[in-house]
Design a protein. Structure first.
Length: 410
């Protein structure tokens, strides 16, 4: 099949292209971006590593050019962000040209709007998978593994690490772009820690202030506090599994960083900072905000022994209250993966593509990962792609599932 990789030269797109080139069934990859020099550079770098590639200059804001590119493809991988600006336009073009579609959208608001195109996708026979990265993506599939152990779901959380397990929010290379300014990912992060974000409360999808602490005991050995952030998981998991209690996406973060993010949140909400200026401040923290955060950190709870990347569900099974933790194994491979945003996002996108290539998961409609991607196959493929991901005593694919009974349901 012919693959169109929109935004292919970007950090995450390049990883997806690299992995996709080695997949059975890929006959050609067209690497597309508005900058021809970067597309040509990636094609040269990956030459001879699998499927043939060619560069193409495409600006996704040029509707005619976008459709012309898609008409020559069977499947499009869309890594062009921010998705609140470009996601809907690219998906609509895919529906018009009847091109299957996958992306790594991590904005909850455009995710809601894209899911509303489900009927149009069904009518055109297009299978669109939205949010097939790390979080969302891997996190959704971990949630699906957890929910498999429950008859009824009460609470459902997904979580990803910020500055735990050796990571540092302050010197993370993802905060700055090649020109030394705030990266698109950092600006997006500021948007998701300000204003209101989607969560599930008492079984209903609602909007709440982000950076609220959530204290969890997810197994006998794993407990601590994480903080809410805007992401698509509550939106899609609410639709897919109907938790009757709470659901949110969480950051596993140290008290100091959580406090500093909250200082930025207050300034953004008050209009004292734009998202761009806040992202720049995060990369180079100001003395005043550092002092303010130091005071706030004293009263904030830390992550304790929570895993860095996990999904946790509570509910009932056979009439008993149960907590289920699904996490990646604590292995060098897993640690390396979740500490590299490009690898952690681009590899899952390509492995999602693999399930469309052979036709096994092609179902017309707009889907989140948990309703269309085979989780067991995905994690097995992930373990083959990532060295040392699986460890002794883990389930196939390097996933650990821990089920804890907490009493009889009343």
């Amino acid at each position: 099949m012919r693959i169109l990789a929109l935004g292919g030269p970007g950090a995450m797109g390049a990883v997806a292209v690299r992995v996709a080139a080695g997949l059975p069934g890929v006959t050609e990859i067209v690497v597309a971006d508005r900058r021809m020099d970067t597309t040509e550079a990636l094609v040269r770098r990956l030459a001879g590593r699998g499927a043939p590639m060619r560069p193409l200059c495409v600006d996704v804001t040029d509707e005619a050019a976008l459709r012309a590119a898609m008409e020559q493809a069977d499947i499009v991988l869309n890594t062009v962000g921010p998705y609140y600006r470009f996601g809907m336009a690219v998906l609509r073009a895919a529906l018009t040209t009847r091109t299957h579609y996958l992306d790594i959208c991590d904005d909850w608001e455009p995710t809601q709007r894209m899911l509303e195109l489900d009927g149009a996708a069904r009518a055109t026979g297009v299978c669109a998978v939205v949010g097939m990265g790390a979080s969302p993506g891997v996190s959704n599939l971990l949630a699906a593994r957890a929910v498999d152990h429950l008859d009824q779901v009460r609470d459902l959380y997904t979580a990803w690490p910020v500055d735990v397990s050796g990571r540092s929010a302050g010197d993370d290379g993802q905060l700055l772009d090649a020109q030394g300014g705030p990266s698109a990912a950092a600006v997006h992060w500021m948007e998701q820690i300000s204003g209101e974000v989607a969560v599930v409360s008492e079984g209903r999808l609602v909007r709440r202030r982000p950076l609220r602490p959530v204290t969890l005991t997810v197994s006998a050995e794993h407990s601590g506090t994480a903080y809410t952030v805007g992401h698509p998981e509550p939106v899609t998991l609410h639709r897919s599994f109907r938790p009757g209690g709470e659901a949110a996406n969480l950051m596993v973060v140290t008290p100091g960083t959580a406090a500093y993010l909250d200082v930025l949140r207050r300034d953004i909400d008050a209009g004292r900072l734009t998202n761009e200026r806040a992202a720049a401040d995060l990369a180079g923290p100001s003395l005043f905000r550092t002092l303010c955060a130091a005071m706030g950190a004293l009263t904030r709870k830390g992550p304790g022994s929570l895993p860095p990347f996990f999904a946790a569900a509570t509910g009932t099974r056979d009439g008993r209250s149960v907590t289920v933790l699904a996490r990646l194994a604590e292995t060098p491979g897993a640690a390396s993966l979740i500490e590299d945003m490009a690898e952690a996002t681009g590899i899952p996108l390509a492995l999602g593509l693999a399930q469309l290539l052979d036709g096994s998961r092609v179902r017309p409609g707009v889907h989140p990962p948990e309703t269309v991607i085979d989780a067991e196959r995905f994690f097995a493929d992930l373990a083959r792609e990532v060295p040392a991901l699986a460890g002794d005593g883990t389930e196939p694919g390097g996933v650990v599932v821990e089920v804890t009974e907490t009493g009889r349901d009343t």
